[in-house]
Design a protein around this ligand. Structure first.
Ligand SMILES: [Zn+2]
Length: 118
């Protein structure tokens, strides 16, 4: 089981790389401040599952650590990406935080305990 520190680092790394890939795709120049900001948002996202369901016992993984939550979050991100009423920065922040959240679930899924379906 990854520690909180590991989840933060994984979330930050995934979001930073995600941001750099996005910049590459849209041909946006890389900005160190934006990369650090993306990493910070991913770091927070990587902590969210354990904020809702703290890892205080072996069976702490419930809804917010589930494949159902991952699916719902994916659908929500699709909806966000289609919502023209949201500013681009808001959509990006939501996507980066979600990357952090998902990185937490992927890391936890690699353990023998795995993730619950719902
Ligand atoms: Zn967890």
């Amino acid at each position: 089981m990854a520690s909180a520190k590991e989840h933060m680092l994984i979330g930050a790394g995934v979001a930073a790389v995600g941001w750099m890939l996005y910049c590459k795709i849209v041909e946006r120049p890389l900005d160190l401040g934006e990369i650090v900001l993306a990493a910070g948002v991913g770091l927070i996202g990587g902590l969210v599952p354990d904020l809702f369901e703290p890892a205080i016992h072996l069976n702490h993984r419930q809804f917010f650590h589930s494949y159902l939550a991952a699916g719902l979050l994916t659908g929500a991100n699709h909806h966000v990406s289609q919502n023209a009423n949201l500013r681009a920065e808001t959509r990006t922040a939501i996507h980066l935080a979600s990357l952090g959240f998902m990185s937490h679930l992927v890391a936890d899924a690699q353990t023998p305990k795995g993730l619950p379906w719902a």
